[in-house]
Design a protein. Structure first.
Length: 368
């Protein structure tokens, strides 16, 4: 019988990310190599990646990545897409067959833009129109699941270890200015293709290591604003909370971090008058969006990445810097394997967001 100290139980999932601030291309194989070093933090029940800047041939089109249970679901979904979007290009997502990746759905990719007449009739802005269409597909078309829907970015995920998933999706053939990756170790939900990370909505993507104890309160609150949490996972809820706070409420990244990893009241009491007023407002206005329990996340968005721990720092997060690159990972080894000679390596405090953007995005409104 194995005794304490004779077996290692990893502290949940593995996450990793990298960005080139100057916008230089990073090959997807680097992220595969990074996440593979943390193999023992996952158990083969889900792995995935998000790449930004990977579709330069269609930078202004929404790239829908869709899982289908079969052709009936695909045909129904394509009829819906054809009624609401101009489909510029569609094809199966190229994969490298492997006996390690099983239970494959049909995996299709569509580059689309909303039909002007449909968009006008909806009286919605373009992003809200697209998000509502995605929610409709995922909620109402049985056997269809849109798992990526941003511009010039894409999510790739499957049932398997992350390095196997990366090889399966041929990520060595993609290049982008930023990448995130995830190795899953599910504790409350079964492993399946749709439940793997990252989760996405428009340009936002989330990889997450943790155990959210506030799931039900967060889910009930966010569904009041039109979101449908179909997958019953905490990471799906975090993704929708981020989309709601940043896109719909217009909060900055720092403000959103102060909502989901809000400082303790005792900490707020010690702030300056201006800081205290803001912190008290955010805690009161968005109290049901406070995420409790241990977590570390990497948020991908157009032009950057943000790393964030829970306010008690109950999950690990390490940041590395070298020249124009910034690395984020659950463990230092995942950074050192692709950049052994770092200029700087450090660990953020609990609730302290680490926000990195492209140099060309410094004046964007999401940073205040």
């Amino acid at each position: 019988m194995l005794r304490e100290g004779e077996i290692m139980i990893p502290s949940g999932c593995a996450i990793s990310g990298v960005i080139s601030k100057s916008g230089k291309n990073i090959n997807g194989s680097e992220m595969i190599k990074s996440i593979a070093t943390m193999h023992d933090r996952s158990n083969g029940l889900g792995g995935g990646f998000a790449g930004y800047g990977i579709y330069p041939q269609y930078p202004d089109l929404y790239a829908f990545h869709v899982f289908y249970d079969g052709n009936k679901a695909r045909e129904e979904c394509e009829r819906f897409l054809d009624k609401h979007f101009d489909i510029i290009n569609l094809s199966k997502i190229p994969v490298r067959k492997s006996d390690k990746i099983v239970a494959e759905p049909l995996i299709w990719r569509y580059f689309v833009e909303p039909l002007k007449t449909k968009l006008k009739d909806s009286k919605l802005d373009e992003k809200e129109f697209v998000s509502q269409c995605v929610i409709h597909i995922n909620s109402n078309i049985e056997g269809a699941y849109v798992f990526s829907c941003g511009k010039n970015m894409g999510i790739f995920k499957a049932l398997g270890y992350p390095e196997e998933v990366g090889e399966y999706f041929r990520l060595d053939e993609y290049e982008g200015y930023a990448w995130t990756a995830h190795g899953r170790y599910p504790t409350n939900t079964p492993g399946w293709w749709g439940g793997a990370h990252p989760f996405g909505m428009l340009d936002y993507s989330i990889v997450h290591n943790g155990e959210i104890s506030s799931y039900d309160a967060n889910r009930r609150n966010i569904e009041m604003y039109g979101y449908k949490c179909n997958l019953q996972t905490d990471t799906e809820v975090i993704t929708y909370i981020i989309d709601f706070l940043l896109r719909k409420q217009g909060l900055s990244l720092e403000e959103a971090a102060k909502v989901i990893a809000a400082p303790f009241w005792s900490t707020i009491e010690g702030m300056s008058a201006e800081e205290r007023e803001q912190a008290e407002y955010l805690r009161a206005a968005y109290s049901n969006l406070l995420i409790t329990g241990p977590f570390s996340i990497i948020l991908g968005f157009e032009g950057g990445l943000m790393a964030l721990n829970d306010r008690l720092k109950l999950r690990s997060m390490v940041i590395g810097e070298k020249d124009d690159r910034v690395y984020m990972a659950s463990e230092e080894c995942a950074i050192r394997i692709i950049e052994p000679n770092l200029d700087k390596i450090w660990s953020p405090n609990g609730g302290q967001p680490v926000i990195v953007t492209l140099d060309s995005y410094k004046d964007k409104i999401f940073i205040k």
